[in-house]
Design a protein around this ligand. Sequence first.
Ligand code: FNR
Length: 181
Amino acid sequence: MKVVAIVGSIRKESYNLKLAKFIQTRYQERFELEILNVRDLPFYDQDIENDPPVVVKEFKSKVANADAVLWVTPEYNGTIPGVLGNVIDWLSRVDKVMIGKPSWIMGASMGHLGTVKAQLHLREILFALGISSPLLPGNEVYVGAVHEKIDKEGTLTHEPTVQFLDTVVDNFITWFNHHNR
Ligand code: FNR
């Protein structure tokens, strides 16, 4: 299975990027995870949506060719960051590559609620888009106080969180296989 991760943070030391990389390494025998580059995407612009820059075409093509999308989002001001909204705008238009694409969501923050509000909004956006993106039900991964749960190398050291991730990955694969029968 080939999964692409879309991380809603472009900062170098992003905890959400570290979480995506941790998943990429820990579950490499279960699925291939490519973390997409959101930094180089320009702002969505309806004037160029039919013939966007190559970087947008390549990004959309990677999503189109993936079996599933993993969204890993920070929370900014009680919602998803602008960079993530920008990605969704591009994906939602013209060739609508998210149609029928299974996806799942997780997120990390230094606060204790671990991106609850951002993820609720993201679920609603993906649902309301009318792009029929099937979302893994339940399995809500809110990694709160992430700075206390991850070491400098980006390894999740908080065993209960790691065990929960193991369960979520199992559930995702079961759900994905059921969805694709
Ligand atoms: C934040 N942060 C934050 N945290 C949170 O739990 N709820 C929130 O609403 C916000 N709002 C917010 C706005 C802005 C503009 C910034 C820069 C930050 C803190 C945020 O969780 C923290 O910076 C994370 O480390 C961001 O994720 P990455 O970049 O580490 O992946």
